[in-house]
Design a protein around this ligand. Structure first.
Ligand code: ATP
Length: 253
């Protein structure tokens, strides 16, 4: 059974100008441990798709199931990382990471042990007592990733998490995320505009068509792992990039 299964899922928004058909007939299956990346033209419904899986929006038709159970709202088994930093500004880095554990009344010693582990995983051990305002954008996103991982979700949902970062920080965090994914054996559903980012990270790239968005093509990425930025220089990478750009241009052009 796939971890996540969307079956003929559609979404229509009501707006002042009438119904907006955002998503239509989305069929998508993501296996446990898969790194799935969704790309598509602007406004095709990528964020809407992720928000529905997160339980922040409701599908208008079809079904969305996690381990066979219909998703009816947000849940701790799905951890979300957004593009903009969503840390609590009044809490230190460590307390931000411990936040979800505290809510679930995890005992102090265990909470601190888990926080320490994820601080180390994202390379922020020396900053555990810093406040978010003392951190760079890249460091804030590291905390956001650690905070979600500390809750040990079955699935990470990431909506352009590196979209606001400069190019160099972005490369560093892409490689960090690959390490985290391997170490934690996570399942990730990741949205991006950046085709290079999609190919570098993904087991499978799902290309969406323009609104009403549907999954137009499922492209397995056969590049060997572990991967780093060297992979982006290979002829195989360029071949895949050309294929994805061609699919996107059919809709944009
Ligand atoms: N609450 C809403 N009410 C009405 N229309 C909405 C609402 N949310 C999204 N939409 C519309 O649904 C469509 C899909 O939006 P969505 O933000 O999911 O696209 P996207 O692919 O993530 O866009 P981008 O790549 O530009 O971030 C858009 O046409 C958008 O205007």
């Amino acid at each position: 059974m796939p971890l996540l299964a969307l079956d003929a899922m559609g979404k229509v928004f009501d707006s002042a100008k009438g119904p907006v058909h955002a998503l239509e007939n989305i069929d998508l299956e993501i296996a446990t441990g898969e790194f799935a990346v969704v790309v598509g033209p602007s406004g095709c419904g990528k964020s809407t798709l992720l928000n529905i899986v997160a339980g922040l929006e409701e599908a208008s038709s079809g079904s969305v199931r996690l381990q066979g159970r219909e998703i009816t709202g947000p849940g701790a088994e799905r951890g979300m990382v957004f593009q903009s930093y969503t840390l609590f500004p009044w809490l230190t880095v460590r307390k931000n990471i411990e936040f979800g554990l505290r809510l679930r009344q995890v005992p102090t010693a265990k909470r601190q042990r888990i926080a320490r582990r994820y601080l180390e995983l994202v390379g922020l051990t020396d900053f555990e007592n810093a406040l978010p305002k003392e951190l760079s954008g890249g460091m804030k996103q590291r905390v956001a990733i650690a905070r979600v991982l500390a809750n040990q979700p079955q699935m990470l949902l990431m909506d352009e998490p590196f979209g606001a970062l400069d190019a160099q920080t972005r490369l560093i965090l892409q490689e960090l995320l690959l390490d985290v994914w391997r170490e934690e054996e996570s399942t990730i559903l990741f949205i991006t505009h950046d085709i290079d980012e999609a190919i570098l990270l993904a087991d499978t790239v799902y290309v969406m068509s323009r609104r009403p968005g549907a999954i137009k093509e499922r492209i397995p990425i056969p590049l060997s792992r572990p991967r780093d930025h060297e992979a982006t220089l290979s002829p195989e990478f360029t071949r895949i990039k050309r294929e994805i750009m061609g699919l996107l241009w059919e809709d944009i052009g």
